[in-house]
Design a protein around this ligand. Structure first.
Ligand code: G4P
Length: 526
């Protein structure tokens, strides 16, 4: 038992993910209301730039301002300390979300009952699967008509490639929605459409009791019994260990907007969701209960004020206790650093913290010392393994449009890449810089920020590329030959690793066929 076990046991650090519009913001807000962290609905407007199809600078700037406050929302519930990590809604910022997933111990996925599993959820789930992150599914908007729940469960299993186990079950839906039967707690929760905290909770251990008819009427009672029987027959009994191993996702139904099914979700969540889990460093596995502090940077947020180029580096505490004014080692730079005003994030407030424990997120004011993936420890050389960067989807040459500002441009590009805004490759053939992104919006953000924060002007030149592949081979000669043959398509990333820029799927396939001794990776560990 470590001196911090008690603190660590209480912590639940997680992210809510969904396709835009499924109800992530609404659910987050209701959870904060239950935690007493906010008092009015509408207080969390989160990272909402998703609805602006074309980019709207005011929105982006607003979002950047707000998202510092809503990046992490901490609150206490019962005996638990809960940290919700916010993720951007817009798909062009998916990389941000991927990285945030490296800092959480579990995830809640929100699925819209009518729309089912959507593209972005599928992609995010891939990351959860890779990391074996435990997942709970919340099926939202039961106050509207949607898919048959059994069909939806099949769809979730198929599309998200995870086994599911319903822990609550809806009684009808849409206008006729009556409530849910909470299988986990054996309670009947009756629904009254309202945005207040009123749910009627009735202990109901035996759904065969004729009492059920009194509550929901005969036809629905019969249907519920047969549904539950089917569930018990089809899905294995819920075993929390299969959930913790990332093999089975418990499923809840409700309506976030109407505050229905949210408390049930939260009550179950705090009971079953993992407290901070061990984190793998290159050197060894780090246990949260260890006595000494260690952590890593998973997000960097530049400040709004262009005159003070200060950032906040978000550190996930992996082990021990972080203390204000203590000396910690910045592993990449090999130097000791002291932080006099680290911040904690409590719901909408930022405040200076004196200590934080494994599972917590600490904000460190920074002026360019950190980049994503950096490790910070009490002294031991540990390098935490992060999430690989994925091959970008879009590529453009970045060119200097103001020769007087070359230095500013280079510095700006460097810092934006440290923040993880996009990926930079240098073409080995012509020496030109190529920026790779997930979506068009990122190019616009980069151009805007270079101008406003660094006074540099850039221009985008088109380049038609399909994928960036990190290549390696046990045979150095083969690798050299390949690089010579493909010289026009060879680049290096910021770590100096070889990257093959394939301009079409066909070219890539041919290269793979012609060079079987070369491994082509579509992701790279940062
Ligand atoms: P997101 O963060 O996942 O993008 O979704 P968000 O919570 O913003 O919800 C998207 C829309 O769905 C919002 O409506 C929200 O009110 C609605 N919504 C969320 N939960 C429920 C629910 O349980 N039932 C119903 N019927 N609707 C729900 P909007 O009109 O787009 O935005 P707003 O003007 O209400 O903010």
């Amino acid at each position: 038992m470590s001196q911090f076990s008690e603190e660590i046991r209480k912590r639940r650090t997680f992210a809510i993910i969904s396709h835009p519009d499924a109800g992530k913001t609404t659910l987050t807000e209701k959870l904060l209301l239950f935690g007493g962290a906010i008092h009015v609905a509408g207080a969390v407007k989160s990272n909402k730039i998703k609805k602006t199809a074309t980019s709207d600078w005011m929105e982006i700037e607003k979002q950047r301002g707000i998202s510092v406050a809503t990046s992490v929302m901490g609150f206490n519930y019962d005996d638990y300390k809960i940290n919700i990590l916010d993720t951007p809604g817009h798909q062009d910022f998916a990389e941000d979300t991927f990285r945030t997933l490296t800092a959480v111990d579990s995830v809640i996925i929100v699925v819209d009952i009518a729309k089912g599993v959507e593209a972005q959820t599928r992609k995010l789930m891939e990351v959860c699967r890779m990391r074996k992150t435990p997942v709970i599914v919340f099926v939202n908007k039961l106050d509207r008509d949607g898919k048959d729940p059994f069909d939806l469960l099949d769809e979730i299993e198929e599309e998200l490639q995870i086994n599911v186990r319903p822990l609550s079950w809806p009684i009808d839906m849409g206008q006729r929605f009556k409530g849910v039967y909470n299988i986990f707690e054996e309670k009947l929760n009756l629904y009254t459409p309202s945005k207040q905290f009123v749910t009627e909770n009735i202990e109901f251990k035996d759904i065969n009791s004729p009492e059920l008819e009194n509550h929901i009427g005969a036809p629905l009672a019969v249907k519920l019994r047969s549904d539950i029987e089917l569930i018990e027959g089809v899905y294995p009994e819920f075993d929390v260990n299969t959930y913790l191993a990332g093999d089975v996702a418990p499923v809840f139904f409700g309506s976030a907007l109407n505050n229905f099914g949210v408390k049930e979700l939260l009550d179950c969540f705090v009971r079953i969701a993992p407290s901070p889990r061990p984190v793998q460093a290159i050197e060894r596995k780090v246990e949260p209960e260890e006595d000494t502090f260690s952590g890593f940077v998973f997000k960097i947020h530049a400040n709004m004020d262009p005159n003070h180029r200060s950032c906040i580096a978000f550190v996930k505490v992996c082990s021990g206790r972080f203390e204000r004014n203590a000396n910690y080692k910045h592993i990449r730079h090999g130097k000791m650093m002291r932080f006099s005003s680290p911040t904690a994030f409590m719901a909408q407030k930022k405040e200076v913290l004196d200590e934080a424990f494994a599972g917590d997120i600490v904000g460190l004011p920074d002026t360019g010392n950190f980049k994503i993936g950096d490790s910070l420890t009490a002294g031991e050389d540990l390098h935490f393994k992060g999430l690989p960067s994925f091959s970008p989807e879009m590529f453009k040459y970045i060119e200097n449009d103001d020769p007087m500002k070359t230095k500013q441009l280079n510095k700006g590009i460097d810092q934006l890449m440290d923040e993880g805004v996009a990926q930079l490759f240098i073409n080995q053939f012509n020496g030109r810089k190529i920026i790779g992104t997930v979506g068009q919006l990122q190019f616009e953000v980069i151009q805007y920020r270079l101008l406003h924060e660094y006074g540099a002007q850039c221009r985008w030149d088109p380049i038609s590329l399909y994928k960036a592949c990190w290549i390696e081979s046990d045979n150095a000669q083969v690798l050299e030959n390949f690089k010579k043959r493909k010289v026009q398509y060879m680049a290096v990333d910021r770590e100096g690793r070889d990257v093959f820029l394939a301009d079409s799927g066909y070219v890539l396939m041919m290269a793979q066929n012609d060079f079987p001794q070369i491994k082509f990776h579509f992701t790279s560990e940062f």
